[in-house]
Design a protein. Structure first.
Length: 270
């Protein structure tokens, strides 16, 4: 379905963020991309969703095709019309609009009124909490609910491929689990998922296949099961090393926290 081949991307003509990345998202599958800070995960997603230019980045080599057709030169709106939708980074939603209004804004690109209504019903099925809060201003939602709204908004155009950049970032373990189950449900509806995560437990639990990005290059790839069992991934992302320190957040030991990638613990939250 989506084929990324030998992709090279740079910013401002200088920073080489991606250096020959190849990746394949088969139809109706979930593909996860793991990697620590600065590995190039967001850059990869921006390139696929045609938002790279907004960040002053440019493709300097390689190709991306979707159902055999090149995505080169398409803008973000055209890409959305092809069925590729990215959930905005940092769960950006319209805080002053209600839940319902946010969803309506997401559905502006939908085929027609009936398609929009069907998508909205599906979003409310997936996220009952959003149905309950439909008249509430989005700024008043919790972080987890805002992430659900951001995903719900992306679903309003009934995409064929949904792209997410670290949906679990900053959320409590219980909510992360919920987001993982929702991604599974979205995929079961027939939507392919390309997911970037630092939370390897969540990502490998949801994905069929996964890739590890390391400073702009794919260092590992395989089935999610294989990667979850691989020593490299366990050491890098699952905290299963003899030398790794137990996860302690604000002085409070947390078993689930110790399963998070080490990078998350030292992540710059600015
Ligand atoms: N707009 C930009 N201008 C210049 N350099 C950038 C820009 N965005 C990212 N970079 C650089 O490109 C490289 C890859 O960044 P990218 O944001 O894709 O990494 P990431 O894997 O998403 O990291 P994180 O986990 O921190 O989100 C980094 O060296 C980063 O500093
Ligand atoms: Mg990123």
């Amino acid at each position: 379905m989506l084929e990324v081949t030998d992709l090279h991307v740079s910013y401002g003509g200088a920073v080489r963020a991606l250096q020959g990345v190849s990746l394949h998202v088969p139809d109706r599958q979930v593909v996860a991309v793991l990697g620590s800070n600065g590995a190039g995960k967001s850059t990869l997603l921006r390139t696929v969703s045609a938002t790279l230019r907004l960040h002053r980045g440019a493709v300097v080599g390689g190709s991306i095709t979707y159902h055999g057709k090149s995505l080169a030169g398409l803008d973000a709106a055209r890409t959305v019309r092809l069925g590729i939708v990215q959930v905005p980074e940092g769960r950006r939603i319209f805080g002053r609009l209600t839940v319902e209004e946010n969803l309506r804004a997401g559905g502006l690109g939908a085929a027609d009124k009936r398609a929009r209504a069907a998508s909205r019903d599906r979003v409310f099925d997936l996220f009952p909490i959003l149905a309950q809060r439909r008249k509430q201003r989005a700024a008043l939602l919790s972080g987890g609910e805002q992430q659900m709204l951001a995903i719900g908004r992306a679903l309003m155009t009934a995409p064929k491929l949904i792209i997410l950049d670290e949906p679990s970032l900053g959320l409590a373990p219980k909510i992360v689990g919920q987001i993982g189950r929702i991604l599974k449900a979205i995929n079961a509806d027939g939507t392919s998922v390309l997911l970037v995560e630092q939370n390897a437990v969540m990502a490998l639990g949801v994905a069929d296949t996964a890739y590890v990005l390391d400073v702009g290059r794919v260092s590992l790839s395989g089935s999610a099961k294989e990667l979850a069992a691989s020593d490299d991934v366990r050491q890098l992302y699952l905290g299963h090393t003899a030398t790794s320190s137990p996860g302690v957040v604000a002085g409070k030991p947390d078993v689930e926290e110790s399963l998070r990638p080490k990078a998350t613990l030292s992540r710059w939250q600015g």
